[in-house]
Every structure is written in structure tokens, then in C-alpha cells.
Design a protein around this ligand. Structure first.
Ligand code: R5P
Length: 312
């Protein structure tokens, strides 16, 4: 089976970088919008029998990028693809993986069902919000870890008295991976979400006095979590200097302003999403191109991904 890469509009640069490494057959789609707003995608050639990888994050605007992904997969299937793997570096809706209140939908499950409806064979994501995402999918899902890439990005500016900080309980497992890779101790902040744009840090567990926090998270959306954690850490005696690492930089709404107000020495995110504007000068984007290329090559060759995956 020939390896074909289809790059969606959400990850054009990252896709080009992956293609440079893999040198696959490329089926560059034409993605256009009709005057009434409908999306229309066309593939340039037949994919008869090919092993196809469709690369598309579902970040903002989430619904548009999701719809593009679904149409791209459908076009691949109708174009004769033998096997289709969706490579979704940032998987939107992952935070809605269960009902937290009566009357809510489980959006992550709906997205999984949509991908099943267009007959995706396998899903590859990077650092999803929860490892439980795998359970909402019927088809196999592999969650790659960008933690080694981000840890390598932090290393050059890491002070010796740094401490890895999980800014909420959901981040503890990930923080343990950073702490192990960087050889640092760890602190946990207990957080309560008040609304989509505001959170409260309620407790700091561990010693941070006089030390530099390295706040890690799966994503930075509005910046509320990082800000609340930093505030609480300062109140517990942390040095007024912070390093931040997150896999997915959404940076929506007040995020750029909030982050500019923090004493950030170094902020590292990956290119799972296109770069946002207005970030602090200390922001650095590290690429997951090699991680994705490696995973795609191994799947194509039926090799295991175990050492690229962060297990819960
Ligand atoms: C939530 O539990 C996530 O892991 C992130 O902490 C959260 O989504 C970040 O969002 P924000 O930047 O808006 O606080």
C-alpha cells in the first residue's frame, strides 16, 4: 500500500514539515467555500488502495475544522483509500468527555461517532485532554506524547531550583512525566473551574518556597489556569519568575493579555495549532513534525508506537 498524506487547512505548515521528512505521496486537497457557506473539498487524484493519513487539528473555529476533516475523510474513502488514519494533533471537544451536569451532551462521543460514520480506521492524537478519550472511540486511538519534545524545549532555560507544577489534578500524570524527564520535584495545585474563562486555585500541595515554578498543562486556552496557579504559587512563596509548557496553544480571548502580565521567562508550546498573535516575547513554538512523521511511518510499517505514547 502506498503511503499518502492529505493535509487539511488547519495544519498546512506542520503538514509540509511532516511531508518533508516522510516524502510520501501527497494528495493536496482543494478546500473552498460556496457562497452560501458550505464547505467543498476535492482531492487531486485517486487513492485506490492507498494507506492514507489525513492531518487536521480541530482547533478554533472548531466546528469548521471538524467538518473539513469529515469531508476530507469521505473524499478519501470515495477515492478508494485502502486504510484511513486521521492524524488530529489537537482534538477539539476532548474536554466534553462526560456529563458534569444534567442536560449536557457528551461532545467527545459525538465527534467519535462522526469519525466512525465516515469510516475512519484509526485515530492518532497528541496529548488529548484526557487519556479516557480512547474509551469513547470504537476504532483504535493512539495518543502520542509531546512531553519529551516540550521538555527538551524547556531544558536550556531551566534553573536548578525549578519545580514542575501540575496546575490541576487532571495534569498530575503529565507533570510526573515532565518531572521524571527533567529530574525535578513536583507540586500540585488544586483548581476549581468557575466558568469558561475563570478558575480558582484552592490549594497548593508541595514545597514551592523560593523556587521557580514550571507550570505544565495539556493546553492553554484563555490562560485562566496558568494565571490562577501562578497567583497561588506566589502566595506560597514561589519566586516571581515562571516557565510554562503546554502542548496546545489555543490562546483565545483574554489569554495573550493575561500571559503578558505574568513574569514568564520562557513559554513553550507545540505547533499542533497555528501560532496565535500577541504572545509574550518569551514564547517559543517547538515542532511535533518528527513525532508525527515517526508515528505515521511506524503505523504504515505495522510497527508498535508504545514508546511514543503516554499511557495513563
Ligand atoms: C483543563 O482541565 C485543561 O487541562 C486546561 O487546564 C484548561 O483547559 C486550560 O484552559 P484555560 O487556559 O482557559 O484555563
Amino acid at each position: 500500500m502506498e503511503l499518502t498524506l492529505v493535509i487539511g487547512s488547519a495544519n498546512q505548515r506542520l503538514g509540509d514539515a511532516v511531508a518533508l521528512i516522510l516524502e510520501p505521496d501527497r494528495a493536496d486537497p482543494v478546500v473552498e467555500r460556496f457562497p452560501d457557506g458550505e464547505l467543498h473539498v476535492t482531492l487531486p487524484h485517486s487513492l485506490r488502495g492507498n494507506d492514507v493519513y489525513v492531518l487536521q487539528s480541530t482547533g478554533p473555529p472548531v466546528d469548521q475544522q471538524l467538518m473539513e476533516l469529515l469531508l476530507l475523510v469521505d473524499a478519501c474513502r470515495r477515492g478508494g483509500a485502502g486504510r484511513i488514519t486521521t492524524v488530529i494533533p489537537y482534538f477539539g471537544y476532548a474536554r466534553q468527555d462526560r456529563r458534569r451536569a444534567p442536560g449536557e451532551a457528551i461532545a467527545a462521543r459525538v465527534v467519535a461517532d462522526l469519525l466512525r460514520a465516515v469510516r475512519v480506521d484509526r485515530v492518532l492524537v497528541v496529548d488529548p485532554h484526557t487519556p479516557g478519550l480512547e474509551a469513547v472511540f470504537e476504532m483504535p486511538l493512539d495518543a502520542l506524547s509531546a512531553v519529551p519534545v516540550l521538555a527538551a524545549g524547556l531544558r536550556p532555560t531551566l534553573p536548578t531550583d525549578a519545580v514542575v507544577v501540575a496546575p490541576d489534578l487532571g495534569a498530575v500524570k503529565r507533570a510526573e512525566s515532565y518531572a521524571a524527564l527533567l529530574g525535578l520535584p513536583m507540586v500540585i495545585v488544586r483548581k476549581r473551574r468557575i466558568s469558561g474563562t475563570s478558575v480558582r486555585a484552592e490549594e497548593v500541595v508541595g514545597a514551592i518556597d523560593g523556587r521557580v515554578p514550571v507550570i505544565i498543562d495539556d493546553m492553554i486556552s484563555t490562560g485562566a489556569t496558568v494565571c490562577a496557579a501562578m497567583q497561588a504559587l506566589l502566595e506560597h512563596g514561589a519566586r516571581a519568575s515562571v516557565l510554562v509548557a503546554a502542548t496546545h496553544g489555543l490562546f483565545v480571548g483574554p489569554a495573550p493579555q493575561r500571559l503578558r502580565e505574568l513574569p514568564i521567562e520562557h513559554l513553550v508550546v507545540t505547533d499542533s495549532l497555528p501560532s496565535a498573535v500577541g504572545l509574550p516575547p518569551s514564547a517559543e513554538v517547538v515542532s511535533i513534525d518528527r513525532l508525527l512523521a515517526d508515528a505515521i511511518r511506524r503505523l504504515h510499517d505495522d510497527q508498535p508506537l508504545d514508546d511514543l505514547v503516554l499511557f495513563a
